[in-house]
Design a protein. Structure first.
Length: 344
């Protein structure tokens, strides 16, 4: 006897395939669900009317469950439609929004969504933080981590990736992949580079754009170290594996994170990391690597950890092996089952 297929309206703020955000990963994840579920991908950007109309159309066509990734407009549309016509709205968020001031109107909208939707986040620790900050009822909370297609990050050799992007083979590459903002610790890049001012074998590759880009470039120029940093700007996520392949260490000095895709991507690549102990970071790395999860404000510790990875014989390859074995639990083939369980 055949079982009825799950039908889900999956709402993304940005559904472009060439996006430089982690939303590209959601396309791969949705593709992995196709065997067991009918997924209607819904997006309308900032156009509330368009999002609402697409949600109504999906509901009329039989979609009763809506899963919203971050989007306020998508969540409001889904909540209103399911309230009138029946169904369920799941809302995903995994950042630390309570750290940052938003307008009173935005805060009211956010709290309305959290109090009416089934809330989904990435780790047990994050779920407790949200319950504490927003009073979300335990029975309304679900845990599903972010996912990556691990194999996508294991296809290129370092030497090939460097040749492809014109990076010298004999330098030690420190990679930053994130929004260039204070939330993501971008202001620490010049400070760290200064530690290696007299060591020409250190080279930074910075992938991403954001409000701090010009300021960071100016500071590096004032240090006279422009030639030691390559700014790539926003890079489509589908091209990101090449950057993880060419690097020696991944730098993530964020002051705010949830379940960062970039860190999962680094581990899938077998790339050692130095990362801030914020949000759910410590929960998604292997216990053997807790020494590389650091206080976000202590750049001297970041410097020391990177130096250790650089000079301690065999450490980088040992870390890579631990990462690759551990990150398999975040592969789309595994996480898809946890995701589908939400709707069964």
């Amino acid at each position: 006897m055949s079982t009825k297929r799950i039908r889900i309206g999956y709402i993304l703020p940005d559904a472009r395939l060439d996006t430089d955000t982690h939303f590209y990963e959601k396309h791969e994840f949705i593709h992995s669900l196709a065997r067991d579920a009918d997924i209607r991908l819904i997006s309308g950007g900032s156009n509330m009317v368009l999002v609402f109309c697409r949600v109504v159309l999906a509901r009329v066509q039989g979609y009763k469950d809506f899963y919203v990734h971050y989007s306020f407009k998508g969540a409001l549309a889904a909540l209103w439609v399911t309230r009138v016509f029946g169904g369920r709205t799941y809302y995903w968020n995994c950042g630390m929004p309570w750290l940052y001031k938003r307008s009173a109107r935005e805060e009211r909208v956010f709290r309305y969504i959290l109090s009416h939707a089934i809330f989904v986040t990435g780790t047990i620790g994050l779920s407790r933080m949200y319950q504490e900050q927003y009073g979300i009822r335990l029975e309304m909370v679900r845990i599903v981590p972010n996912a990556v297609r691990v194999a996508r990050f294991q296809e290129l050799q370092r030497s090939v990736a460097r040749e492809k992007l014109g990076i010298a083979q004999d330098v030690f590459v420190i990679l930053f992949v994130h929004h260039l903002s204070r939330r993501k610790g971008a202001e620490h890049i010049p400070q760290l580079l200064r530690q290696w001012r007299d060591d020409p074998s250190i080279f930074f590759v910075v992938v991403g754009s954001g409000p701090m880009e010009a300021e960071i470039q100016r500071e590096i120029h004032e240090l006279g170290l422009d030639h030691r940093v390559r700014f790539e700007g926003g890079v489509p996520n589908q091209d990101i594996p090449t950057y993880f392949a060419l690097a020696d260490v991944f730098l993530m000095p964020s002051e705010e994170e949830g379940v960062p895709h970039a860190l999962l991507e680094a581990m899938a690549s077998g790339l050692p990391f130095a990362a801030s102990n914020v949000g759910g970071v410590r929960e998604i790395v292997p216990p053997e690597l807790y020494d590389f999860v650091l206080p976000h404000h202590d750049m001297y510790l970041f410097f020391k950890v990177i130096e250790r990875l650089r000079h301690e014989e065999g450490l980088a390859s040992k870390v890579a092996g631990i990462e690759k074995a551990f990150v398999a639990r975040y592969d789309v083939a595994i996480v898809r089952e946890q995701f589908l369980a939400l709707f069964r």
